[in-house]
Design a protein around this ligand. Sequence first.
Ligand code: DQA
Length: 143
Amino acid sequence: MKLLVLLGPNLNMVGIREKSIYGIENANTINEAIKTYAKSAGFECDIFQSNHEGDLIDKIHSSLGVYDGIVLNAGALTHYSYALRDAIASVEAVPTIEVHMSNVHKREEFRHKSVISPVCSGVICGFGKDSYRLAIEALKGLI
Ligand code: DQA
């Protein structure tokens, strides 16, 4: 089974940005933990981070026939990117789990709305880096 973990804008800055929200662990060690967990769950895992909406969209399109599922933390694009939403909807055969490290519902009102949730298989938020592990677990149950 092949898994794509897709990370959107500013997620390369975890460990540096807003530490009280995202914690002090940096993106590299979080990615290592994701890879280790994915392997133990039986997935070959690629992680792709970009600060550019179009790059994320291209990656979603090219996941068709390559990956069995996507774990997606779209960062702020979650809240307004109809283009990302349409990209997810265009690869229906690849189940996508929406992930957030923070509990977006406890935060500013603009974060309460996700335009991608309706085209994702499910949503996990609020568990820090563990949100990724829980999403991989959930994906395993879907495939
Ligand atoms: C985030 C939540 C988003 O609202 C925010 O823009 C992010 C990170 C999270 O992982 O909690 O960049 O997706």
